[in-house]
Ligand binder design. Structure first.
Ligand SMILES: [Zn+2]
Length: 597
């Protein structure tokens, strides 16, 4: 980006000490302040944000209206999943000043403030913020409720916490693990084991591989009756490496599958054209489904790792799809390939026409018409193959367009039938190696046995489309997932083996405490610390938010806030009939960001 020196673009909206908005050219001091704010937001520099705010409240500086949102982000620990080091009082003062001055306040700012107040146990102030949100008809998101529920748990107000919980359940259906953690902690603190157990039963449906924080809480819950190993291998047949247990495989019921298929159908058939196409497809599928046992999401395979360097290709890699097809066929699988029909048009398939012809000759290809989403077709077909069918796609299908993610059966089905794949670069000049990861023979999820023994998997590695670094990609097929085996103590058992973890914490042998309790603490602390590192850049919604550093408020706070600032400025300039455009105000901030670095 080139440096922008135009006087017009050096303008900004200011709010003076009387709360009046005015357009000003940036003086060198103001430009420097802008640089400070952007930098402190980027670095999440709490001390710097505090200093700037205090100078503002002391009347020593004037501030652009957009800075308020940015500073609030820093003061409330916007980049943290659970804000710990914050300045809630100062944030509240800044927030009130924003209200007084008529700044546009976005949902994110309200929620951040509410969250920081809850974390600081200032629940009365948090409720006031909530009330303001209601008065101003600010749209409530799950994160607002989550923050409040956590706040009530923190102060031990169980009744209010459960009120918010039932509100979340009604409105959002599926809870994230991060929402269960404060409730579980509260139940343990109050020694309410039945409530703890009931929550865990719910959690295990919503999160198949809970984080080490949940592991730690489970250890605490069972410390008197159970023993545990935290680095257990499970055999391909599902045999636990620490006890005699064999993990089970649990499929959705046929009724669940029918419900999901009907749901999918309801989603698709929205107009006459789609209804006609869908009818043709379902009739064809009913007649032909016995010929298939594996459905391929052709677009997902064909576009996999094809959009590097900022390119978004329109053509799939036909050879890549064919490699996967022939591999599965060699394994004896009967493949149904689903693609959007444009991929078979001469302009698209071009020199790969021969590949397309083979698919057609084998009658293993179904193409959907334009106006349709090919995902509907392959998901429906994969569901329709029943318990013996699998599908190939790395798509996690979290897209709300499917409207299926709130059905727990959908999650169970995905886990049991998804074949994951990857094409990885081992050597720069060698062709990519194809990796295929089939579902395990046992359900890859937290499981409980009749004797109240538990098995909890750590997070499973999945193929990701990250930018490739030299030296090759991670091979997920080689990554073993370790489990925690939490089982009843037997007569001769004296303590818990935390393979590897005790050594890290180093306190176990020195501890005078009950070894089971000491272990619990060690595991929780050590593994939470690890999580913070390993979660960086984690794209899995299920686990981001547990203990990592990412948050749903935006991965890059400086960038996220740039947008906020831009929007605020647009709103203001529109009101005043000014001509500054969003792109310009964004450009200014980005320029300064670039110049700073
Ligand atoms: Zn076991």
């Amino acid at each position: 980006m080139t440096e922008n020196t135009g006087a017009q673009k050096r303008q900004a909206t200011f709010i003076d000490s009387q709360g009046k908005k005015k357009k000003q050219k940036l003086s060198p001091e103001q430009a420097a302040l802008r640089g400070r704010v952007v930098k402190c937001c980027k670095e999440q520099n709490l001390a710097e944000a505090t200093e700037i705010c205090e100078a503002f409240f002391d009347g020593k500086i004037e501030m652009e209206s957009g800075y308020h949102n940015q500073l609030l982000y820093v003061l409330t620990g916007g980049s943290m999943v659970v804000p710990t080091d914050t300045r809630p009082q100062l944030a509240l003062r800044l927030f009130k000043s924003m209200q007084d001055r008529g700044c546009t306040i976005k949902e994110a700012s309200y929620t951040l403030l509410l969250r920081a107040l809850c974390a600081a146990r200032q629940i009365v102030e948090a409720e006031q913020v909530l009330e303001t949100m209601r008065e101003r008809s600010v749209h409530f998101k799950l994160r607002t409720h989550s923050a409040l529920m956590r706040g009530y748990c923190e102060v031990g107000n169980k009744q209010r916490a459960y009120e918010v919980l039932s509100l979340i359940r009604n409105k959002f259906k599926v809870l994230a693990e991060v929402d269960y953690l404060p409730l579980l902690t509260l139940a343990l603190k109050r020694d309410e084991i039945d409530e703890f157990d009931a929550l865990v039963r719910e959690l295990m449906e919503d999160e198949f591989s809970p984080s080490k924080e949940t592991w730690g809480l489970m250890q605490k819950r069972y410390r008197d009756t159970h023993t545990w190993d935290t680095a257990v291998s499970v055999s391909p047949e599902g045999g636990c490496g620490a006890c005699a247990c064999v993990l089970r495989s649990v499929d959705p019921t046929p009724e669940d599958i029918s419900t999901l298929m009907a749901r999918m159908e309801g989603l698709v058939v929205k107009d006459a054209d789609r209804a006609r196409d869908w009818k043709l497809f379902t009739a064809w599928f009913e007649e032909n489904k016995s010929r298939f046992d594996t459905v391929i999401d052709g677009a997902n395979v064909g576009f996999w790792k094809k959009n590097g360097n900022g390119n978004v290709p329109t053509r799939i890699d036909y050879k890549q799809v064919q490699r996967l097809v022939s591999h599965l066929e060699q394994e004896g699988r009967r493949v149904l390939l689903i693609l959007h029909h444009r991929h078979l048009l001469p302009d698209f398939i071009g020199e790969n026409t021969d590949i397309g012809n083979v698919w057609k000759e084998k009658d293993m290809l179904y193409t959907c018409n334009s106006g349709n989403n090919d995902d509907w077709y392959w998901i429906y077909a994969a569901l329709g193959l029943g318990p013996g069918g699998d599908f190939v796609s790395n798509d996690e299908m979290r897209d709300h367009n499917f409207n299926l993610s709130e059905h727990r059966a959908f999650k169970i089905w995905k886990e049991r039938h998804a074949i994951k794949f990857d094409f990885i670069k081992r050597e720069p000049l060698e062709p990519r190696e194809m990796i295929i990861v089939k579902p395990t023979t046992y359900s890859f999820r937290m499981q409980i046995n009749a004797d109240m023994s538990w098995h909890l998997p750590s997070k499973k590695a999945v193929p990701v489309e990250t930018d490739e670094e030299e030296g090759g990609d991670a091979d997920v097929s080689q990554m073993e997932t370790l489990w925690m085996c939490l089982r009843r103590k037997t007569g001769g058992n004296t303590g818990n083996k935390d393979n590897g973890l005790v050594g890290v914490a180093g306190t176990d042998s020195e501890s005078e405490q009950n070894p089971a309790v000491a272990n619990t603490e060690d595991v929780v602390n050590v593994e939470v610390a690890e999580k913070t590192v390993e979660n960086t850049g984690d794209k899995d919604d299920g686990l981001v938010g547990v203990a990592g550093t990412d948050s749903e408020f935006g991965q890059n706070p400086a960038v996220a806030n740039t947008e906020d600032v831009a929007n605020v400025e647009v709103a203001e300039s529109n009101k005043e009939g000014e001509t500054i455009k969003k792109s310009e105000s964004r450009q200014n901030i980005e320029n300064i960001e670039v110049n700073q670095t």
